[in-house]
Design a protein around this ligand. Structure first.
Ligand code: ADP
Ligand code: MG
Length: 238
């Protein structure tokens, strides 16, 4: 059975039908990448899954449970945004532990979880620093760390690398792939960059104007693009 299932998902912004009846079944532990040109609905679809936008039609199932109307905080998902809004006055440790502290988790358990996440992300020696003292790549890793400590069932990434320079982007991409191998959590990753999509994904979902054009492994998309749009999008570096 699918772990995360989208059934006829719809989203309107006024008269704009931004998401048009999307069906998708995601397997447990899968790394799914949503790819497509700017404005095609990638972020909206991710935000609908995260519970940050109201779903106007269709149902969303997680592990056999209907979560369509569940508030974001109860969905057991963690989202990492493009603009990693860290708390500037807090240390890296405090940034990473904030959600757990709010949830009333025992301080010794928090310490253990944060230290383990920091180790995975190579942040151990930065735990006492504030974000100001970190590089862009390190800050993005703190944002990822904040998601990891919550041990969510599903990770959602919205263009997490787009504020990094090319070298850091490559490096962080490798780290995200490693993270997925280590944690094995179901992941949905949004990008407009097909190189990112093709290197990270188990399966790629190509979106255009709120519709899925094709779902397949990177190889399937290369070998058998469903139409001209997919062929052109996959074949033309952005
Ligand atoms: P992508 O992430 O693929 O670039 P988005 O999901 O951000 O695309 O946007 C999909 C469409 O929905 C676009 O036409 C965008 O202008 C529109 N849209 C997104 N968010 C809103 C909003 N809050 N209000 C009105 N229109 C929106
Ligand atoms: Mg977007």
């Amino acid at each position: 059975m699918a772990y995360l299932e989208l059934k006829g998902i719809e989203k309107f912004f006024g008269d704009l039908r931004a998401i048009k009846g999307i069906d998708l079944a995601i397997n447990p532990g899968e790394f799914i990448v949503f790819v497509g040109p700017s404005g095609c609905g990638k972020s909206t679809l991710l935000r609908l899954i995260a519970g940050l936008e109201h779903i106007d039609g269709g149902r969303l199932m997680l592990d056999g449970r209907d979560i369509t109307d569940l508030p974001s905080s109860k969905r057991d998902l963690a989202m990492v945004f493009q603009s990693y809004a860290l708390y500037p006055h807090m240390s890296v440790f405090e940034n990473m532990s904030f959600a757990l502290k709010l949830a009333g988790v025992d301080p010794s358990v928090i310490k253990d979880k944060v230290e383990r996440a920091a180790k995975i992300l190579n942040l151990t020696q930065y735990l006492d620093r504030t974000p100001k003292a970190l590089s862009g790549g390190q800050r993005q890793r703190v944002a990822i760390g904040r998601a990891i400590v919550r041990a969510p069932k599903v990770f959602l990434f919205d263009e997490p690398l787009s504020n990094l320079d090319a070298a850091l982007r490559g490096q962080t991409r490798v780290e995200i792939a490693k993270l997925h191998r280590d944690l094995g959590a179901t992941t949905i990753y949004v990008t407009h960059d097909q190189v990112e999509a093709m290197t990270l994904a188990d399966r790629v979902v190509v979106l255009r104007d709120g519709v899925i054009e094709q779902v397949g492994t990177p190889l399937e998309l290369y070998d058998k693009p469903a139409n001209q749009f997919v062929a052109q999008f996959i074949g033309t570096p952005q």
